[in-house]
Design a protein around this ligand. Structure first.
Ligand code: ADP
Ligand code: MG
Length: 874
């Protein structure tokens, strides 16, 4: 059987877009068919119907109205689908046979530009990865703003660098070459970015076509001009990114014009666990901004500034001069309150220039967008004069990269009315005086319009019909309306057009004549206004590069001002930065917790860590006393300083850190589910394998998720390893293994710290004060008391504790040979000979030790528990 012609057309088009849901335009609807319809009806909760298409059965079909499509497309994109938009590309009125249709755009998670699908405080990145045997390239862009960057990742750890870049960028979509899946990296990439991920065919990764695409896009003659001549993998990644964009966007991408080539060595590398644990841009569990570092620091005035701050927090600097430059600028903005306030007022009036520029380039900008652009530009001259000669090199450089954009201001001001409508095709956009043609068209209907406007009064007077009205509707045009009671007064020249319940509507030949002149002219006026508007928009397109560099400077300024604002409000100080090893913080505070304590005040604490005698701070103390808070505040202060922000302390000297690692032991992390101990150990392995002399490591209760023996041995070996291997690495280690504190004095670099606790009448009071030395007791029982555990149980526990303490549960230092720790394997062997606890082997404990938690199912676990319980009771 033959397919209907329309269905044949659908099939032909769908053939080329198998991986997309095809939105097929039919009149006022986008229709979907077959599999697409089944998927879409399920995901969008819309009714599935059927359409006959020349076969016996009917084709599954569903549809959405075209004017509400954005909403539905957004939902599908969120769920990880791609949507191909197929439009009618000729006028159905004039088409011969079936209307021609074409796919005009493919919308994917990384290429969304519609305002309603974007979050204004977040970039929407598309990233492209190219992996080879010797290195990797990464390129990423935000089509909505025009930002585009590329980097070459080489050296021994290029794969790890690649993963960290993806973690940092947090693209909404990642594309990659085949080698990525052959190398088994797909999962890692998916995991790092949490994005929609796909492998592109080899035609995207052809060296010649990649180079061509790059040269064409950036309008240069050679790769050298772009600074990527020695970055073969970056060029491949970039070329594939551009080809993918051309293919999906099918339109002007001229705003992707300023390639930012960067070097990963310029930034602190932060891995996914660290970014999460330090709660830089969102909280760990609830994923909220409030409660994160960003939540405290982000007082930016513009959406661009907010996006920029997010970027900065995820990529702190590690080059001295750049950090100092930012800190100096923040210092000036902190001291010069008037200057800061003035700039803030100007910033408030600036719209999202980056995304305005994006919409202008893609031809999506309407009259309101141009007015927003104009109003933003209005403050630029004042902003520039505030900054010029302010005396700070960075701020003055920002000033020079801002253009006052006077031409654009003048153009929009001359051409576009102050309050234009949302639509661009229905007139009402262009000011009088901008175009002679337009003005004379408008003049030509003034007489007609005023004649119609005056008609009602004239006719009332003439006919004596008091209720006479002149109205307009789309079907009949202008009409004269007369209510029933006046029918006998209707004059001869009125022609009846429509009868309603209480009235009749008439026209006159004269009215129709004037009407046709007016309506014809109005169509022409609307058309001309549209053409003029597009012309203006195209003229502005020529300035996109300048708008972009201006908005880039504004976003940086916005972040610096926000840093200064928050810093002075919260009493931050300027840290001093150097290339040494010591980190010295006096009276440091946790930036987030200090603001969230409900009763009482935050207790400040000092930190000193270096690579000589204090490289390993071993922190003990009861639960809830503030160990984790102390370690994180140290990490956050270092990180803030290296993004150019002032810090919550009374003084801080920071020897630059190239990476921060933060790990939380398994038991603190149970919400993650599955085998947390395995995760913990693989994260530990990652740290030990990748940390450098310049790194800072925060370990919180590592080794907790396994039996005491195991856990203690692991924790001990970690301490040894970090104190001895490859030179010492600055580490803060909170542990509940008191036994480890015995190592102080036997291991260079190790310092015991604990959190001071006062005991009062058998109760404990947390002072949250970090002091030297080890905690005398574990206080677990006291904490249990605080938490409301029954008195009887507490007494029993105390009895047992004193029994245990007398039986000598401690590290036997006589058997510990300090020198042996130099070689880790021997140290591990030693650990086995050392008795930590002097208990006889217990069958239940032995059985527990023999379990492999990685392979046990919940139901097995339950039956083992039953078995153990029986054994214990017998
Ligand atoms: P630990 O890691 O020792 O179990 P946390 O660091 O998680 O303890 O701190 C527990 C709680 O104690 C925090 O949520 C906070 O409310 C409070 N706290 C911690 N440090 C301080 C401090 N320096 N000043 C005041 N309160 C603090
Ligand atoms: Mg803790």
């Amino acid at each position: 059987m033959q397919l209907t012609p329309m269905m044949q057309q659908y099939m032909d088009i769908k053939e080329n877009y198998k991986d997309c849901i095809l939105f097929f335009r039919l009149g006022d609807f986008y229709e979907m068919f077959f599999e697409d319809a089944i998927t879409a009806s399920r995901e969008l909760e819309i009714t599935l119907t059927g359409k006959s298409y020349g076969q016996e059965e009917r084709a599954p079909m569903c549809g959405v109205p075209y004017h509400a499509a954005d909403n539905y497309i957004g939902k599908l994109i969120d769920r990880g689908y791609k949507v191909a938009i197929c439009e009618q590309v000729e006028d159905p009125a004039t088409a011969k046979g079936i209307v021609k249709r074409e796919v005009i755009q493919i919308i994917t998670p990384g290429t969304v530009v519609s305002q309603s699908m974007l979050n204004e405080k977040e970039n929407n990145y598309l990233a492209s990865v190219f992996l080879s045997e010797t290195g990797a390239g990464i390129a990423y862009c935000d089509v909505s703003t025009g930002e585009i960057s590329a980097a070459e990742l080489s050296g021994t750890r290029y794969i790890e660098k690649l993963i960290n870049e993806l973690v940092k960028i947090r693209a909404k979509e990642v594309v990659a070459n085949e080698a990525v899946s052959l190398d088994g990296l797909s999962e890692d990439i998916r995991d790092a970015s949490g994005a929609y991920f796909s492998i592109l065919g080899s035609q995207y990764y052809n060296q010649n076509s990649a180079e061509d695409a790059v040269l064409r896009q950036f309008k240069v003659k050679s790769l050298k001009g772009l600074g990527v001549e020695e970055m073969p993998s970056a060029v491949m990644a970039l070329g594939a990114l551009l080809s993918y964009l051309f293919e999906t966007q099918k339109q002007n991408l001229s705003h992707l014009a300023r390639l930012n080539v960067y070097d990963t060595a310029g930034h602190m590398a932060l891995d996914k666990a660290t970014i999460k644990n330090l709660e830089l841009t969102e909280t760990l569990f609830e994923k909220k901004i409030q409660g994160s570092l960003l939540g405290v620091l982000d007082k930016t005035q513009t959406a661009m500034g907010s996006r920029k701050m997010k970027q900065w927090l995820r990529e702190p600097l590690n080059r001295l001069t750049e950090i100092k430059e930012r800190l100096d600028a923040v210092e000036l903005l902190t001291d010069e309150i008037l200057l800061r306030n003035n700039i803030k007022e100007h910033l408030k009036k600036i719209y999202d220039l980056e995304r305005l520029a994006g919409r202008i380039s893609c031809g999506n900008a309407n009259g309101k967008d141009l007015i927003a652009l104009k109003n933003s530009i209005f403050v630029l001259p004042d902003m520039k004069s505030e900054l010029s000669a302010c005396g700070d090199p960075l701020l003055e450089r920002l000033e020079t990269s801002m253009d006052a954009l006077a031409d654009i201001y003048e153009l929009i001001d001359r051409a576009v009315v102050d309050e234009p409508p949302f639509t661009v095709k229905e007139g009402g956009l262009i000011k009088k005086g901008y175009s002679e043609d337009l003005d004379s068209l408008k003049d030509s209907i003034v007489d007609g319009q005023s004649w119609i406007a005056g008609l009602e009064a004239v006719e009332k007077e003439r006919t004596g019909i008091k209720s006479l009205k002149v109205g307009f509707n789309k079907v009949f045009g202008y009409y004269i309306e007369v209510t029933k009671s006046y029918y006998d007064l209707v004059p001869e020249n009125y022609i009846r057009k429509q009868t309603l319940a209480n009235c009749e509507r008439f026209i006159t030949p004269e009215l129709k004549e004037v009407e046709s002149v007016v309506l014809n002219a109005e169509t022409k006026i609307n058309q001309l206004e549209y053409e003029l508007f597009v012309e203006i928009r195209n003229m502005i397109q020529g300035f996109i590069g300048t708008i972009q560099s201006t908005s880039a400077a504004i976003s940086v300024l916005d972040v610096l001002v926000s840093y200064a604002e928050v810093g002075s409000r919260l009493g931050y100080i300027k840290p001093s930065i150097n290339n040494g090893d010591a980190i010295l913080i006096e009276k440091g505070r946790h930036p987030v917790i200090e603001g969230s304590i409900r009763n009482g005040i935050f207790v400040s604490n000092d930190t000193y860590v270096d690579r000589k005698d204090s490289s390993m701070l071993l922190i003990t103390g009861p639960n809830m006393s503030g160990k984790s808070t102390y370690m994180r505040q140290t990490a956050l202060i270092v990180l803030m300083a290296q993004t150019g922000c002032f810090v919550p302390a009374e003084a801080a000297t920071i020897g630059i850190v190239d990476r921060i690692y933060t790990r939380i032991g398994a038991s603190d992390n149970l919400a993650q589910g599955q085998s947390t101990f395995y995760v913990e150990m693989s994260e530990l392995a990652y740290i030990l394998n990748t940390a450098t002399d310049k790194s800072l490591i925060i370990l919180d209760e590592i080794g907790r998720g396994t039996s005491t023996y195991d856990g203690l041995s692991i924790a001990w070996a970690v301490v040894e390893y970090l104190c001895n291997s490859r030179g010492r690495i600055r580490t803060l280690f909170a542990t509940h293994y008191h036994e480890l504190t015995a190592l102080e004095g036997h291991m260079t670099g190790l310092k015991n710290l604990n959190v001071d606790v006062q005991e009062k009448d058998g109760n404990i009071v947390f002072l949250h004060k970090i002091v030297e030395g080890s905690a005398s007791r574990s206080y677990g029982i006291h904490v249990a008391k605080l938490a409301g555990v029954p008195q009887q149980l507490l007494l029993a526990a105390e009895e047992k504790l004193s029994e245990l303490e007398h039986s000598g549960a401690s590290i036997d230092l006589d058997k510990y040979v300090p020198g042996a720790a130099e070689q880790l394997p021997e140290a591990k062997a030693n650990a086995e000979q050392i008795s930590f606890f002097s208990f006889a082997p217990n069958p239940v404990v032995e059985r527990l030790k023999s379990l492999d938690l990685m392979t046990i199912t919940p139901s097995q676990a339950f039956s083992i528990l039953e078995e153990l319980k029986k054994a214990a009771e017998s």
